[in-house]
Design a protein. Structure first.
Length: 89
């Protein structure tokens, strides 16, 4: 839900802003949440939050699942270098 606020705050900014969402699959997120002492997965909060990220448009998304941290960083940096992570405001 924060993406529109980011876009609004950055409107008129002369600097290029890169924005990448690290979004593993819902199943991976659910499994991780089951290992944590939270109730998000039971109360439906996880689906609401995950669905919010999944609905964002105009942003670069990287699925970090199964990747070494340096490979995730490489993908993020490649998106930035190619202009694929520029946030449209």
């Amino acid at each position: 839900d924060d993406l529109p606020a980011y876009r609004e705050a950055l409107a008129g900014c002369d600097a290029a802003t890169h924005f990448v969402v690290l979004l593993p699959s819902r199943e991976v997120v659910l499994e991780r949440e089951r290992e944590r002492p939270t109730e998000w997965h039971r109360a439906g909060k996880l689906d609401a939050v995950y669905g919010g990220f999944a609905r964002w448009t105009g942003v670069a998304v990287v699925d970090p699942d199964g990747l070494a941290p340096r490979l995730v960083a490489d993908r993020v940096m490649a998106l930035a270098a190619e202009g694929g992570a520029l946030l449209s405001v």
